[in-house]
Design a protein around this ligand. Structure first.
Ligand SMILES: CC(=O)SCCNC(=O)CCNC(=O)[C@H](O)C(C)(C)COP(=O)(O)OP(=O)(O)OC[C@H]1O[C@@H](n2cnc3c(N)ncnc32)[C@H](O)[C@@H]1OP(=O)(O)O
Length: 196
């Protein structure tokens, strides 16, 4: 028996394409009351060559992390570390919905956002959603992909039973989220944090 090939990918092709969450949920989103998308764009009809779907491990090779690098500091993330984090998320069904837009013609991830769900005791054991890590590749901005990915996550949160969906953003982003139905609550428009 020869020495193991160290260049082999750590996951087989089937595992690489396995979605983080059931993509069927995306087919159930109700876009009927969304009026802010031009050209009747939805997650099912995102535009020529585009596809909205859950993250999969193969996206490591499709520029997913480089895209997140346009949002914030990324750090050094090996394939192994990425796969471990992906598996940890997939082992908590109903909690992590990392959703991407792929340009299928180029095989590149060009947009992403995450719905993270938090289970509560309050409100009769309710579920609260958080919209996280919204980013569109800078070469694709201004083409409604930001609106598309945020609206997809908003409808997804409703579909999976969140009673509310929150986000933190800089002041300059408030008009963007405001145009998509998000509001600051009266007397509670400051989110306070402690960084570690
Ligand atoms: C909860 C969070 O994750 S907050 C972090 C948000 N992400 C970032 O700041 C990362 C860097 N920025 C980006 O990736 C992109 O600029 C995004 C995601 C904010 C917007 O993506 P785009 O694809 O350019 O947005 P899209 O084309 O859908 O624009 C929608 C509307 O929002 C407006 N808009 C877009 N970006 C901004 C902005 N930074 N500030 C104010 N308005 C904006 C557009 O002018 C457009 O208005 P229109 O419909 O009247 O033409």
């Amino acid at each position: 028996m020869g020495a193991p090939d160290l260049l082999l990918p750590s996951v087989g092709p089937e595992d690489a394409e396995k979605p983080l969450y059931d993509p069927e949920i995306l087919t159930r989103l109700d876009w009927s009351e969304v009026t802010h998308m031009k050209g009747d764009v939805t997650s099912a009809r995102p535009g020529d060559g585009l596809c909205v779907r859950p993250l999969c491990k193969a996206d490591y090779d499709k520029g997913f992390l480089q895209l997140l690098g346009q949002l914030t500091k990324l750090g050094d993330i090996s394939r192994e570390k990425f796969n471990e984090r992906f598996d940890a998320m997939r082992s908590c069904p109903g909690h992590y919905y990392v959703t991407v837009i792929e340009d299928t013609l180029l095989g590149q991830i060009v947009g992403s956002a995450t719905l993270a769900c938090e289970l509560k005791f309050i409100r009769g054991c309710a579920k609260r959603g958080r919209l996280e890590d919204v980013v569109v590749n800078n070469e694709y901005r201004g083409k409604q992909l930001g609106k598309l990915i945020v609206t997809t996550i908003t409808l997804l949160a409703k579909e999976v039973g969140c009673y509310k969906l929150g986000l933190d953003c800089k002041d300059e982003m408030k008009p963007f989220y405001g145009s998509l139905g998000y509001t600051s609550e009266k007397g509670n428009d400051n989110t306070m944090i402690i960084r570690f």
